[in-house]
Design a binder for this molecule. Structure first.
Ligand code: XMP
Length: 327
C-alpha cells in the first residue's frame, strides 16, 4: 500500500472528480498488491464493506471472493439487496450463507446483552472462517477499515473492530483500500463507483443487528415483529422526506405485553417503541420532532400490519440519559 497513514496534506474527497482520482489510484495499487492472487471479503452490506467490494470488483473482478453471512438479524430486504447489487448487477463472486438457524439456536434463552453480543460476534467469525477454509488459494483478506477506526484504536477508545478475530492458523495479508478515508469520503467514493445512493448513505446499523432491538432473550416471533415494524418505519420515513433529517430511526419490541382490543376481542400483545434521534457524533443525541399526524399513521400501520403488536410508544429520551440502542 502506498499510504499506511492519511497524509496530513491530503485534500478531503468531496466531489465525483476527486473520488474518481482516488478510485483510479486505488485500482492501480490493488492490482500491484494482489497480482493474480485471490482476495476474501466479509461483505455485510454496510457502507464500508460495500465500497471495498465495489473497488475490488473494479480492480480484480473474479479474483475477489465475497462472503455475505446472514445472521438472521438483518433488516428486511438487506440480504436480498446485497445479492442483487453485488451478484446480479456487479457480477461479483459472492457466497451467500444463510446462518439464521445457527445464530438463533445459539441465542435462544440468552437475555444478557453482552453475552448476546459475544455470541453473535463469535459465531460470525466461526461461520466466516468455515467458508474461508472451503476456498483454495486465498492469500489476502480485504477489510473496510476507515481512518477513524485507526485513530480510535490508537487513542484506546475502541479495539480495532476489523483487525483479526480469525483463528490463529488463518493468516492473510490485509487489503484495506479505504483505510485513509473519513466516512463522508467513503460515501462519495461509493457513489462514484455506482453503488445505490440508499446503500451508501444508509443510517448506522449495529453489527449485532436487530438482536439489540429485541431486548432480552430473542424469539423468532418477536424478532419478526421488530423486523416488520422497522420496515414500516423506514418506508414511512422515506416517503415523508425524513431520511436525511434524522440520523437514526428504528423500532424496538421488548418482551412485555399489555392489554388491548383487536377485532372486538381482548388482545394481550407486545408494544413497539419507535426511536428517532438527531446527533452529529453519537456521543450525545436529541430526540427528533416528528409530525403528530405521521406518528398516528405509523402507529396505525404497525398495530394493524405487524402480528403480535397492539400498542406503539415514542421514546422521548435524549442521550444521556439513554443510549441510542436499548442494549
Ligand atoms: P449507543 O447505543 O452506544 O449507540 O448510544 C451509538 C451508536 O453505535 C451504534 N451501536 C453499535 N454499532 N455494534 C455496532 O457496530 C454494536 O454493538 C453497537 N451498539 C451500538 C448505534 O446504533 C449508534 O449508532
Amino acid at each position: 500500500m502506498k499510504y499506511d497513514r492519511r497524509p496530513e496534506t491530503m485534500e478531503r474527497i468531496t466531489t465525483p472528480e476527486l473520488a474518481q482520482a482516488y478510485i483510479d489510484d486505488q485500482i492501480a495499487e490493488l492490482r500491484a498488491q494482489v497480482g493474480d492472487k485471490k482476495v476474501l471479503l466479509a461483505l455485510s452490506g454496510g457502507v464500508d464493506s460495500s465500497v471495498v467490494a465495489a473497488l475490488l470488483i473494479k480492480a480484480i473482478g473474479q479474483q475477489l471472493v465475497c462472503v455475505h453471512v446472514n445472521h438472521g438479524l438483518l433488516r428486511k430486504g438487506e440480504p436480498e439487496q446485497v445479492i442483487e447489487v453485488f451478484r446480479n448487477q456487479m457480477n461479483a463472486n459472492l457466497i451467500y450463507v444463510d446462518a439464521t438457524d445457527r445464530f438463533l439456536d445459539k441465542l435462544a434463552g440468552v437475555s444478557d446483552p453482552e453475552t448476546k453480543r459475544k455470541i453473535i460476534g463469535g459465531e460470525f467469525i466461526e461461520v466466516f472462517a468455515e467458508e474461508a477454509r472451503k476456498l483454495d488459494g486465498i492469500e489476502f483478506l480485504a477489510q473496510g477499515t476507515i481512518w477513524p477506526d485507526i485513530l480510535e484504536s490508537e487513542n484506546g477508545i475502541k479495539a480495532h473492530h476489523n483487525a483479526g478475530g480469525l483463528p490463529e492458523d488463518m493468516k492473510f495479508e490485509l487489503v484495506e483500500p479505504v483505510r485513509i478515508l473519513f466516512k463522508d469520503e467513503v460515501r462519495v467514493v461509493g457513489e462514484a463507483l455506482g453503488l445505490p445512493h440508499g446503500m451508501v448513505y444508509r443510517q448506522p446499523f449495529p453489527g449485532p443487528g436487530l438482536g439489540v432491538r429485541c431486548p432480552g432473550a430473542i424469539t423468532r416471533d418477536r424478532l419478526e415483529a421488530v423486523r416488520e415494524s422497522d420496515a414500516i418505519l423506514r418506508e414511512e420515513f422515506e416517503k415523508n422526506g425524513l431520511v436525511d433529517k434524522v440520523w437514526q430511526y428504528f423500532t424496538v419490541v421488548p418482551d412485555f405485553r399489555s392489554t388491548g382490543i383487536k377485532n372486538d376481542k381482548r388482545a394481550f400483545e407486545w408494544l413497539c417503541i419507535v426511536r428517532a434521534i438527531i446527533t452529529t457524533d453519537v456521543m450525545t443525541a436529541t430526540v427528533a420532532e416528528l409530525p403528530h399526524e405521521l406518528m398516528v399513521h405509523i402507529t396505525d400501520r404497525i398495530t394493524h400490519e405487524v402480528p403480535g403488536i397492539n400498542r406503539v410508544l415514542y421514546d422521548f429520551t435524549p442521550k444521556p440519559t439513554a443510549t441510542v440502542e436499548f442494549e
